[in-house]
Design a protein around this ligand. Structure first.
Ligand SMILES: Nc1ncnc2c1ncn2[C@@H]1O[C@H](COP(=O)(O)OP(=O)(O)OP(=O)(O)O)[C@@H](O)[C@H]1O
Ligand SMILES: [Mg+2]
Length: 243
């Protein structure tokens, strides 16, 4: 079987800035891979290129053997990849249930507002990330950061992904909320999901991943078991340099 996700010589420049410097890596079936690096290293830019929200300057992205690098974002989602955002992006005027519905019906975003969705599936997704049934009626302005991150997870899961990209899933959360999201990721790993996870909370991240890749200033600098990558001299220097 082809690798769920293969990134080859991915390059992204913004004027003179090289945000992704010919980065290559792959994620195996059922694997959970950490993507680490200091602020501005280029982690989110890699996610945006995988999703087609930013077009790469050069290089390719392959999902289960199919090159997706030139597809639209909705087409990539249909191929089985989806992401969460570092800054949660709910539709502010919609309830939790409606936000999840957008993930369930990505091609029918306006159509769906006038129709009822699949209420059972919305509830199932909401419960699976730790919402209560009452939370379905809430709007994003009523939610804590932990709830907003749960909603990001539910919307991403609603698209039926085979590969999930999680960007800073723990940022702004309490210890209890981190434990909830971590338990959800662990459950999904058991169920066979493939993950690429970005987090500055390295302590929370370590038990959730099989392997890590470190980047600095857009360049791949280390790869291997998490502890080995964290002990790498170049990785340590990159974090100290950013401090
Ligand atoms: N749309 C853009 N236009 C110009 N420069 C950008 C754009 N998006 C990102 N950059 C730059 O690319 C580099 C990588 O940014 P990116 O957001 O990918 O880093 P990151 O590793 O996700 O950082 P953080 O940990 O702070 O989220 C930074 O120097 C950033 O300023
Ligand atoms: Mg980022």
């Amino acid at each position: 079987m082809s690798s769920p996700l293969v990134i080859s010589n991915l390059r992204k420049t913004f004027g003179g800035l090289v945000a992704t410097n010919d980065v290559s890596f792959s994620v195996a079936q059922g694997e959970s891979l950490a993507l680490i690096g200091p602020n501005g290293a280029g982690k989110t830019t890699i996610f945006s290129q995988i999703m087609g929200e930013l077009r790469q300057t050069a290089g390719t992205i392959t999902l289960f053997g199919n090159e997706i690098s030139k597809l639209s974002t909705p087409a990539r989602i249909r191929e089985g990849v989806s992401r969460t955002y570092q800054v949660p992006r709910p539709f502010g005027e919609m309830t939790v249930a409606e936000n999840i519905r957008v993930g369930l019906m990505p091609d029918n975003i306006w159509h769906m507002i006038t129709r009822s969705g699949n209420a059972d599936r919305e509830l199932e997704l909401a419960l699976s990330v730790g919402f209560s049934e009452d939370d379905l009626k809430r709007t994003p302005s009523e939610l804590s950061m932990g709830d907003l991150r749960k909603l990001e997870m539910a919307r991403t899961m609603a698209t039926g992904p085979r590969v999930m990209l999680l960007d800073e899933v723990f940022a702004g959360l309490t210890v209890g909320e981190i434990a909830q999201i971590a338990a959800l990721i662990q459950q999904m790993r058991k169920d066979g999901m493939t993950f690429l996870i970005v987090s500055h909370d390295l302590k929370a991240l370590e038990p959730l991943v099989d392997r890590a890749i470190a980047i600095e200033q857009g360049t791949h600098i280390a790869e291997g078991p998490f502890a080995q990558v964290m002990a790498d001299d170049a990785v340590r220097a990159s974090y100290l340099g950013a401090a």
